[in-house]
Design a binder for this molecule. Structure first.
Ligand code: ASP
Ligand code: MG
Length: 400
């Protein structure tokens, strides 16, 4: 039995917390499993390092920046290894490079290309607990790289895949994945299981528990993933392949994304190539367009609306002002996106109509709608966002 356990920033935020992590790892080791531990930097450290790095330049040298950013994880890795040894459990701490994690050369957001597991395997077979620094790797040329913010989840999943681990446990400061944000709806329930696809949709809809790339990779490598709290022993949420049982579940969760803004173009000339012109211009600026609606044209013109992340709205405004197709543009950042997610939507009709009826009964106007196989999203006025989440949570009986 091999278990990969990943501990995030708050879980290793102080020396006391690191000691608690050591005890938790020892518990697992005592149960007879081999353990590979992946750690983040202490909470707040990576942000601080980014600030240092950007002090002299908005676009700092990539090799140097990654040398800097990777240091946070190196510290926690070393301290945890020292703590485990001091408690009588032989352990070795490895940087990403020592652990054989090879990436491409894209500094500060590198992709893992392959993992040479020889060193980890030989340490494990000599009975050691192996602690690996998350969020980092090394290029073929020998430069340290980092994997993008939140990247230690990805390190853990990639290692679990490469080592064929039986389980990858992601420890954070929340108990698992909930039917919705418990701060919005007190009746929210922790889910025992959720499918990879639902998890991906929940994350893209604004529920941040795991880094999205790590869930995608877990799905691809079929890594059995559990997210749970390092602050208690409650069972977490298992993220796994969709099974037959799950299909009986109509809706698994409701997510609220407050980070959206709406752009509306009125009187756009209704002819081929206009949408291409607008969305190509946005794509060139790397603006993440999410929902798009276009009305049926009338009198040779049409209206076109789309949403972008709020922090990209200024850039979207700049982009629109450079386009002749966009003469009358309106912007609204007082909107939110509410999403209903569930694999059961594939095989059941009526999921959407229940949402529309529920929102209508509350007098909540729907500004935009989009659907995918397992998700229904609506854009509503931000002042109704939390209310919408609560009434939908009730309508789909997620508290039951
Ligand atoms: N320390 C890195 C970050 O804050 C990686 C991680 O925590 O996953 O982004
Ligand atoms: Mg993290």
């Amino acid at each position: 039995m091999l278990i990969v356990q990943k501990f995030g920033g708050t879980s290793v935020g102080t020396l006391e917390r690191i000691e608690a992590v050591a005890d938790r790892v020892i518990e697992t080791k005592k149960s007879g499993a081999d353990v590979v531990v992946v750690v983040s930097a202490m909470s707040g450290v990576t942000n601080q390092l980014v600030e240092y790095g950007e002090h002299f330049s908005k676009d700092p040298n990539g090799i140097a920046m990654d040398l800097l950013l990777s240091s946070g994880e190196q510290v926690t890795t070393a301290i945890l290894a020292i703590a485990l040894n001091a408690k009588g459990y032989p352990a070795v701490g490895l940087t990403g490079a020592m652990a054989g994690i090879y990436t491409d050369e894209v500094h500060t957001k590198a992709r893992i290309e392959n993992i040479n597991t020889a060193r980890i395997k030989s340490e494990l077979s000599s009975g050691k607990i192996v602690v690996v620094a998350g969020f980092q790797g090394i290029t073929k040329g020998g430069d340290i790289t980092t994997l993008g913010r939140g990247g230690s989840d990805l390190s853990a999943v990639a290692l679990a895949g490469a080592l064929n681990a039986d389980l990858c446990e992601i420890f954070t400061d929340v108990d698992g994945v909930y039917t919705t944000d418990p701060r919005i709806e007190k009746k929210a329930k922790k889910l025992a299981t959720i499918s990879y696809d639902e998890m991906l949709e929940l994350a893209s809809a604004g529920a941040k528990v795991l880094q999205n790339r790590s869930v995608e990779l877990a799905k691809k490598l079929n890594v059995k993933l559990v997210t749970r709290s390092s602050f208690n022993h409650n069972e977490g949420t298992l993220i796994t392949l969709e099974d037959n049982n799950m299909e009986k579940v109509l809706v698994s969760g409701i997510a609220l994304d407050k980070n959206q803004a709406r752009v509306t173009l009125r009187g756009v000339i209704d002819k081929p190539g206009i949408a291409a012109e607008i969305f190509t211009a946005l794509a060139k600026k790397n603006i993440n367009v999410d929902m798009i609606i276009q009305n049926v044209g009338q009198d040779g013109t049409t209206n076109l609306g789309f949403t972008v992340p709020q922090n990209e709205l200024e850039l979207a405004k700049d982009t629109m002002s450079s386009l002749s197709a966009a003469k009358h543009v309106e912007y609204d950042d007082a909107i939110v996106k509410v999403s209903i997610i569930g694999v059961g939507m594939k095989s059941h009709s009526g999921v959407a109509s229940l949402a529309f009826e529920t929102l209508a009964r509350e007098g909540i106007n729907i500004q935009m709608i989009s659907t995918s196989e397992i998700k229904l999203s609506v854009v509503v006025d931000q002042k109704y966002g939390e209310l919408a989440v609560r009434v939908l949570h009730d309508a789909y009986e997620l508290d039951k």
